[in-house]
Ligand binder design. Sequence first.
Ligand code: FUB
Length: 329
Amino acid sequence: MTTRSRADEPLVTHIYTADPSAHVFQGKLYVYPSHDLDHEMASNDNGDQYDMEDYHVLSLDEDLAHAVDHGEALHLRDIPWASKQLWAPDAAYKDGTYYLFFPARDPHGIFRIGVATGLSPQGPFRAEPSYIPGSFSIDPAVFADDDGRTYMYFGGLWGGQLEKWRTGTYNADGEGPAATEPALGPRAVELKGDLLGFKETPREIRIVDEAGQPILAGDEDRRYFEGPWMHKHDGRYYLSYSTGTTHKIVYAIGETPYGPFVFQGTILTPVVGWTTHHSIVRYNDKWYLFYHDSSLSGGADNKRCVKMTELRYNDDGTIQTIDPYPPSE
Ligand code: FUB
């Protein structure tokens, strides 16, 4: 067990963790992170430095000061279709089964999204024999709506390969839109009742400005890059995500799970390290932001640590911007 004496300390320090997806299961806060390995890899825009091989599940005591690592919940060697790079996962619960959703490269080097199931929120999880048919790219975020429907949001640029799927099939030479064209959006798809497959063809999500105009690919302070998350607050749908090259977590609000989503502003200003990735969860009547930075490793982009902090709304439903390193008083 790791004990935090200050709110801005990493949840655990004995391993590197990233990409936290937080959920409340059985009244307890669980965190599903990536597990960064302590190795040296060449760093490039393809993300080869993020060469992770397994998942660990964390949980927090009610006081949120004590975190437990429940150990290895799933390993690459036990995923029949995956060749490497277990990137940002998410989890869900339905009808007595816990689901771990995760991206990995298939034997052809193409990112796909897989699912594994278990009987406990902490795992272990058993992977399905193949990836989810019709899945591609990275960073699955699974959202259970209050009408019983479950959706997956996913997609990431660059190493996440979203540019290569613009025609609906994989094009190894595919490139993103010009700076003056609408940016690529994340994908949203309703899951089947057993959560093991897609019920429909994934749809591209539209993110627009206040005038209803699409956010453009050159608008790197606002355009979608990777790491989507969906939560519902006061009946509205909040899509939040990383802007990648400008290192922010930002959000947009929609009236349906498919949007369109109107851009609002910044949730989290840049952290130490290139990537930024988050989740938002309600626990004991407060809202929390889970995120990561590279402070534990002194700034190594591929050795990150998961942190959390309270997230607050204004009366109009907008979210107060969080500075991960506020000046001390
Ligand atoms: O952890 C590997 C990748 O880095 C994730 O999939 C992205 O969201 C970024 O955090």
